[in-house]
Ligand binder design. Sequence first.
Ligand code: 5GP
Ligand code: ZN
Length: 118
Amino acid sequence: MAGEPQADCLFCKIVAGEVPATIVRETETTVAFRDISPQAPTHVLVIPKVHYANAGELAAAEPRIAGEVLSEAAAVAADEKVDGTGYRIIFNTGPGAGQTVFHAHAHVLGGRDLQRLV
Ligand code: 5GP
Ligand code: ZN
């Protein structure tokens, strides 16, 4: 059920401590950890501890936690000192947008020149 831990979900396993990750921040409702395949000098994923398939489903069901994912993403950027030069927060949503892990997550990217997408 949405909101409950999923046995086959990689990020639920990271929340549970069953899969190791380099955690850089944690709150009551969120975890931030380094991406295993970084695409920039700073590449951190911020996830809610509760399981929702994507950011849209999280925001619909738990808007307060969705807001916390966003504020934690900004806090990661400040911790990593990329907030001055600029950084990007990305929520890939659905396979057509490149989402590969179906537990809502924000990518925080920074530390290199990021080409404008839109
Ligand atoms: P998506 O493609 O769903 O937007 O992002 C999933 C991200 O999770 C990818 O950037 C991928 O590199 C990262 N990832 C996949 N497996 C692991 C893992 O086991 N540990 C960590 N830290 N990141 C992972
Ligand atoms: Zn999950």
